[in-house]
Design a protein. Structure first.
Length: 135
């Protein structure tokens, strides 16, 4: 939830303030229960209302980094495994170059890249994936 604004200048700010307030109320209500785990996610950590991250609420913060070269290799292995098992991936594809070219992409982007390559091959009527194009 976005940081609550001092002066809600628009309807969107008012709605966000309301949602944040409701979330804070709900989080405070869960403190009595021992079997509840609440997980939040954001790409904009600096815009999160500090009240959400105080002790007793969302107090633990874990930063998830983008995948490194080895991670991207493993991700490609996961998403191309079936293609390789069924001989649906051309042998001349330079996976190492693709891994280098995907620096800065998330695992979801890499999955999408493989899916797009499969869809492009199917649309062209090709029986094997011949190339990957960066998103």
């Amino acid at each position: 939830c976005k940081r609550r604004s001092a002066n809600a200048s628009s309807t969107r700010d008012t709605v966000q303030d309301s949602v944040t307030s409701q979330l804070l109320t709900k989080l405070d209500g869960y403190s009595e229960l021992n079997n509840i785990l609440v997980i939040g996610k954001t790409n904009l950590r600096e815009s999160v209302d500090p009240a959400l991250t105080r002790p007793g609420r969302l107090e633990v913060s874990i930063k998830v980094q983008l995948p490194n070269r080895d991670d991207r290799t493993k991700i490609f292995d996961i998403y191309t495994k079936l293609l390789l098992q069924h001989h649906l991936l051309e042998q001349n594809i330079d996976i190492e170059r693709i891994i280098c070219d995907t620096h800065g992409l998330t695992g979801a982007h890499i999955e999408q890249l493989v899916r797009i390559a499969i869809n492009n091959a199917l649309r062209r009527g090709v029986m094997k994936v011949e190339k990957f194009q960066n998103i």
